[in-house]
Design a binder for this molecule. Structure first.
Ligand code: ZN
Length: 226
């Protein structure tokens, strides 16, 4: 190990192997389970991943192009992985709002720790940027696709590949319903003077999601009986 006198380490912290939440199959640590359920005969229950099985998300469709970028060994894949957080942030719709413990986050000693007090929120500004302000977060999705890629790259000091950004934007337009919504606004309203426009997010469970949830509950009941 570089720069660390291993003889001076007196305390080691061992992390248990991860287990899977029986409901949603997320990888979790037992310490993250609800304390009262840890020794339960049906297995521990977890709140933070799926709220004890109450939240059922539709299965993700495999996206071969993303798998290639995440696991390939081409120069493009290596570049993508080296900037994966920037690509992810560049495509986010909202910014995170939280009361972050800055002293701990900026501390130079020990393991990097990100501590948040209270509630974590997502900030979403107006649909269009304010006068003379560049587009940020969701506002970028209203722009023409090439302008979007240019603006995202500008935010990250030209460290990203604009062709790759264009491809990622196109993938999102196929798989992400919010992205499609922004696209339809762009196609209808681009270049026009928009005076009033609202996006309302509604939680509506589709028939497919309802059936999937039922199947998951039946699977869970079968597992319990075994
Ligand atoms: Zn879960």
């Amino acid at each position: 190990m570089f720069g660390i006198d291993t003889d001076s380490i007196t305390h080691r912290h061992l992390i248990d192997p991860m287990i899977q939440c029986l409901r949603c199959k997320a990888f979790v640590w037992i310490q993250e389970s609800l304390k009262s359920t840890r020794n339960h005969r049906d297995g521990p229950q977890f709140s933070f991943c799926c709220s004890k099985g109450q939240i059922v998300l539709p299965d993700l469709r495999p996206i071969p192009r993303l798998l290639e970028l995440v696991s390939g060994d081409t120069d493009e894949s290596v570049h993508f992985r080296s900037k994966i957080r920037q690509y992810n942030s560049s495509l986010s719709f909202t910014s995170m709002g939280a009361d972050v413990d800055r002293a701990l986050a900026n501390s130079s000693g020990g393991v990097y720790t990100f501590r948040v007090g209270g509630e974590v929120t997502h900030h979403m500004g107006s649909l269009l940027p304010l006068k003379d302000q560049p587009a940020k977060f969701g506002q970028i999705y209203i722009l023409d696709p090439i302008e979007q890629a240019i603006r995202r790259n500008e935010i990250f000091d030209q460290q990203l590949d604009e062709h790759l950004l264009l491809e990622l934007q196109q993938i999102l337009e196929v798989v992400n319903p919010f992205c499609r919504r922004y696209k339809s606004i762009r196609q209808r309203e681009y270049g026009k003077r928009i005076s009033s426009l609202k996006i309302i997010l509604k939680d509506r469970q589709s028939e497919e999601q309802r059936q999937q949830r039922q199947r998951q509950q039946q699977r869970h009941q079968r597992q319990r009986r075994q």
